[in-house]
Design a protein around this ligand. Structure first.
Ligand SMILES: *Cc1c(COP(=O)(O)O)cnc(C)c1O
Length: 414
């Protein structure tokens, strides 16, 4: 590429440098293995295939069928699922397929409010899901900032949704899928568990699995599962019989076209990695790092939404520091730490400004960061956010970030 397209090559080289020289604390980010990079960059991308293994609309699909069948078998094994669809292009597409499979336009859905930790694809007004379906939202408890299952039950009873969505993008506490199913049953609704964020923990059995409870389980694969930018849908034994065929035809031809077989190959590699014991060790370390970093920050006087974390992420409420999420994000970017501004429950700031930042440990844990580095990061955040840093502090802290990155270089730099 350096010869054929030096312009694109140069940008990728700059990105390579950025990834290696910054501390990545965005909770949805990760670094994939060389084997997965090889799969996504392979000649598989040349093959056109529509439909499912054994039932394709083009010939020459034998190898593609083998790959998709392997990915499906590994997905079912890893999650204890009865049915897996590995074709969704991303987590959002996986959700759309579930909606197409279960809902008619204007049907009612109940999901977690965006400001309280939910995801855009759960019915936010300005998205397709919000425009096509009649969405309502549950919130977290104003005092504890935990999910309030009684409130969800009350909303479900008054709104009578056809589909209830459990799961979010910035909720730092465990989710009780069993309780969600009880609520769904009580009002005759279907349950979708979107585990895009916690999927790695679920796979490692460090978080309750929704497979026995939810009618549909969707996930992204690029977050804690440490795979390519893609999606998967899983069904448990209890719902496979009724929904397996319907969900498959909702994915294709319902919302998608030809399979991205290079991504499916990468998902197969990802699932193979996740089936190894070392994956459980990795997920444990993510949790340990998150807990340690959260506790250190509390010691430095930071206020965390809900007071802490049970998973791989948490939100810092920056109102006591009197700075906005946007400002904090910019300050940290200056010194080589990447985070995202994030709304906090009942936020008075706009989504462009936000009162908080979200931090997660999946990417730094992949890099080999452990307790020493978590202590260093907490001290850096204290210096950068608890007071307005001087130029001297900024210089000093920037060097500390560079030192930590040099200590743990990214193993996969092609
Ligand atoms: C990230 C995320 C998604 C969307 O995933 P994409 O793969 O980016 O489409 C869906 N749901 C939740 C809860 C997420 O966090």
């Amino acid at each position: 590429m350096s010869d054929s397209d030096p312009e694109v090559f140069a940008i990728i080289e700059r990105e390579k440098k950025r990834q290696n020289e910054n501390i990545e604390l965005i909770a949805s980010a990760n670094f994939i293995s060389r084997a997965m990079l090889e799969a996504t960059g392979s000649l598989l991308t040349n093959k056109v295939a529509e439909g499912y293994p054994g039932h394709r609309y083009f010939s020459g699909c034998d190898n593609i069928d083998d790959l998709e069948n392997l990915a499906i078998a590994r997905a079912k094994k890893l999650f204890g699922a009865a049915h897996a669809n590995v074709q969704p292009y991303s987590g959002s597409q996986a959700n759309q397929a579930v909606y197409l499979c279960t809902l008619k336009p204007n049907d009612r859905i109940l999901g977690m409010d965006l400001e309280h930790g939910g995801h855009l694809s759960h019915g936010a007004k300005f998205t397709m899901t919000g425009k096509h379906y009649s969405s309502s939202f549950y919130t977290v408890d104003p005092d504890t900032q935990f999910i309030d299952y009684e409130q969800i039950l009350a909303l479900a009873k008054s709104n009578r949704p056809k589909l209830i969505i459990a799961g979010g993008s910035s909720y730092s506490r465990s989710i009780d899928f069993k309780r969600f199913r009880e609520i769904a049953d009580e009002v005759g609704a279907l349950l979708l568990a979107d585990i895009a964020h916690i999927v790695g923990l679920v796979a490692a059995k460090l978080h309750q699995s929704p497979i026995p409870y939810a009618h549909f389980v969707t996930t992204s694969t690029q977050k804690t599962l440490r795979g390519p930018r893609s999606g998967i849908i899983l069904l448990g034994e209890h719902s496979a019989q009724k929904f397996a065929r319907r969900i498959d035809s909702a994915v294709f031809p319902g919302i998608q076209g030809a399979v991205h077989i290079h991504a499916i190959a990468a998902k197969a590699v990802m699932l193979g990695e996740a089936l190894k014991p070392s994956f459980i060790t990795y997920q444990r370390q993510i949790l340990e790092n998150a807990k340690l970093l959260a506790n250190q920050l509390i010691q430095y006087g930071f206020r965390l939404v809900s007071g802490g974390t049970d998973n791989h992420l948490f939100i810092i409420d920056l109102r006591p520091q009197a700075i906005t999420g946007k400002e904090a994000e910019e300050r940290l970017a200056q010194i080589g730490i990447t985070v995202n501004k994030n709304l906090i429950p009942y936020d008075s700031q706009s989504p462009q400004i936000c009162s908080g930042i979200r931090l997660g440990t999946p990417a730094v844990t992949t890099r080999g960061f452990g307790s020493t580095e978590m202590h260093s990061i907490a001290a850096i955040l204290d210096k950068m956010l608890n007071t307005k840093p001087t130029n001297h502090t900024i210089q000093e802290v920037r060097e500390e970030v560079a030192r930590l990155c040099r200590l743990h270089p990214l193993k996969v730099i092609l």
